[in-house]
Design a protein around this ligand. Structure first.
Ligand code: FPP
Length: 231
């Protein structure tokens, strides 16, 4: 793999296909999510290698509560074990962990684990990994509006609005990837994605690795980003 120039600052990832990956192999859906965590780790290492500064994973959407209790509990326990690991990827590699979305509905111990790791890594700045948890783009926008209304702002600018969103501390994603071949945004960062370059690799998320990301980054370099202008 050749060294990459002009890499994006922020990539967002909609990790789709865990369930289908598992079902195809006659395995329970949660086994697909477990393998999905391995893909998250590979992707984080790839971000370090390619010098990508922000990576945001859509881990649990505001709509994912519609899934069975068994599947939801399974995802929580995977996340819990992942955050509890003593030699976790964040501390080992000085990576900052962040989250977006509303954490209130999650079990208290899970929120405590997440908050603790966020605190322990808050001063790192080489790579910022964000988990979107109980996150929805529409919910983010509505909460931002309500925050601004509370401040009794009369007129707001795009900049004010960006600063009221959960993503206030990060740039907008230049790239959003959705795996599994589905071509939908599914309520990810709706406002922030206005000019993102979209990629829809066919790979199911548990199979995603550094080579897939490299290919996407190479393609991204060839995209002509005009932001509404003319070259
Ligand atoms: C989408 O695949 C995946 C999810 C909704 C959950 C992803 C969650 C994890 C990988 C675990 C979370 C853990 C961490 C560390 C953030 P799908 O189930 O929609 O797949 P399908 O479309 O094939 O059914």
């Amino acid at each position: 793999m050749k060294e990459l120039k002009n890499v994006p600052t922020h990539i967002g990832i909609i990790m789709d296909g865990n369930g289908r990956w598992a079902t195809k192999r006659g395995l329970p859906r949660n086994y697909g999510h477990k393998k999905g965590i391995d893909a998250i780790e590979r992707t984080i290492y790839a971000c370090l290698k390619f010098n990508i500064k922000y990576c945001t994973f859509f881990a649990f959407s505001t709509e994912n509560w519609k899934r069975s209790k068994e599947e939801i509990d399974g995802i929580f326990s995977l996340l819990r074990d992942y955050l509890k690991k003593e030699d976790n990827i964040f501390l080992k590699n000085k990576i900052k962990l962040e989250s977006i979305g509303v954490l209130d509905p999650f079990p208290d111990d899970l929120v405590a684990e997440l908050t603790s790791l966020k605190n322990k890594t808050k001063n790192y700045d080489k790579l910022i990994v964000t988990f979107a948890l109980n996150y929805g783009g529409r919910d983010d926008i509505i909460r931002a509006i309500n925050n601004l209304l509370e401040k009794k702002e009369k007129k707001i600018t795009e900049k004010d609005f960006l600063l009221a969103l959960d993503t206030k501390n990060m740039p907008e994603p230049e790239i959003v990837i959705r795996t599994s071949g589905e071509m939908r945004i599914s309520n990810f960062m709706l406002y922030q994605m206005a000019y993102s370059e979209l990629f829809f690799p066919k790979t199911y998320w548990p199979d995603f690795d550094e080579k897939h990301l490299y290919k996407i980054l190479k393609k991204y370099q060839k995209r002509d980003r005009r932001f509404g202008g003319v070259r």
